[in-house]
Design a protein around this ligand. Structure first.
Ligand SMILES: C[S@@+](CC[C@H](N)C(=O)[O-])C[C@H]1O[C@@H](n2cnc3c(N)ncnc32)[C@H](O)[C@@H]1O
Length: 311
């Protein structure tokens, strides 16, 4: 299947990464290499692009798009393991990191991966199916009701979380829930008809919640950002594009913690914590796509870009 994914905020990514020939840039979410191709062109001929993705299909597509050579290194893995991946690849430092979070259009479009509530497929949702972690089916069939409720409420910000969790537990008591369509049916039964009229698909929030839980998305994001910092040279940039408020909140919190200095109580006459800022926030407010981009690429609608620089 052809791998089609239109990069979001492409010009802004290039601008905020502050690219120049010779830079060493790590694209932690390579996907189809839409951003990576532009980056590789901007840092050629002496720069190095390192592309990371946990999805084999993305790596195959990216290898096709990029002309592989000494200046382009593709690595399979989770960006929470940047330290191991970069060390093994013999990289000593980086001038920039890009995180373009979430799933790619092809991941959503391949029905069998179980990300979509529009099709019937096994309930999987793992971005790295070979990684061996639990699938969405494992979660809905095994988590205690209170845990399911927490996941759906916290990661889906779903108003009907407690009804959905209770309906899932009742349904799996009759027989295991195996497919996306079975889960959609259960969610539709749980959400009152009046709340289902208008608004987004009733399963959208629960599917988002399960995807975040399956792939430990918020946890690995925080690990990835903190690890990236250790490899950045002074003046090097981290650029992150997020697509929902939970991700954006993690980016904002980690950036502002790393950009703040002394944390001693104001009554202390001299600093005893010794904390120094290690980042400077470049985008005080998140950068968002304009109406033209949103019209031509609806996936860009919820995108927020934040950038920070190593001091
Ligand atoms: C939105 S797409 C990136 C698209 C890419 N920027 C482009 O222009 O083609 C996100 C990609 O990141 C990968 N990904 C998401 N989380 C990841 C993680 N924790 N570690 C490694 N790859 C991840 C997904 O498999 C997917 O291919």
């Amino acid at each position: 299947m052809e791998y089609r994914h239109t990069p979001v905020l492409p010009a802004e990514v290039t601008k905020y990464l502050s690219l120049h020939p010779g830079s060493i840039i790590v694209d932690c979410t390579l996907g189809g290499a839409g951003h990576a191709k532009r980056i590789a062109d901007s840092i050629a001929p002496t720069g190095t692009l390192v592309g990371i993705d946990q999805d084999d299909a993305a790596l195959v597509a990216a290898a096709d798009t990029l002309r592989l050579g000494r200046q382009i290194i593709l690595l399979k893995g989770n960006f929470s393991e940047i330290d191991r991946l970069l060390s093994e690849a013999g990289i000593a430092y980086a001038d920039g990191f890009l995180f373009d979070l979430g799933v790619s259009s092809p991941q959503l479009d391949v029905t069998e991966r179980g990300f979509s509530y529009h099709d019937e497929a096994p309930l999987d949702m793992r971005m790295d199916p070979e990684g061996g972690g639990p699938t969405a089916a494992d979660i809905v069939n095994s988590y205690p009701e209170a845990e399911l409720l927490r996941v759906i409420r916290e990661y889906g910000e779903e108003r009907w979380a407690s009804r959905i969790a209770a309906f899932i537990v009742a349904a799996r008591g009759r027989r295991p829930i195996r497919t996306t369509a079975e889960l959609v049916g259960i969610i539709k039964d749980a959400v009152p008809a009046s709340a289902r009229r208008g608004g987004p698909h009733p399963a959208r929030r629960t599917f988002q919640a399960l995807r975040i839980e399956v792939n430990r998305e918020l946890e690995v994001l925080e690990q990835g950002l903190r690890s990236a910092l250790r490899w950045l040279v002074p003046g090097g940039r981290i650029v992150v594009i997020s697509y929902h408020s939970l991700e954006d909140r993690v980016v904002k919190r980690v950036f502002s913690e790393l950009a703040s200095g002394c944390e001693c109580p104001p009554e202390l006459p001299v600093c005893s914590c010794g904390k120094e800022p290690v980042l400077r926030i470049v985008t005080r407010r998140p950068v968002v796509p304009g109406p033209d981009e949103i019209e031509s690429n609806p996936r860009a609608r919820s995108a927020k870009l934040r950038a920070a620089e190593r001091v």
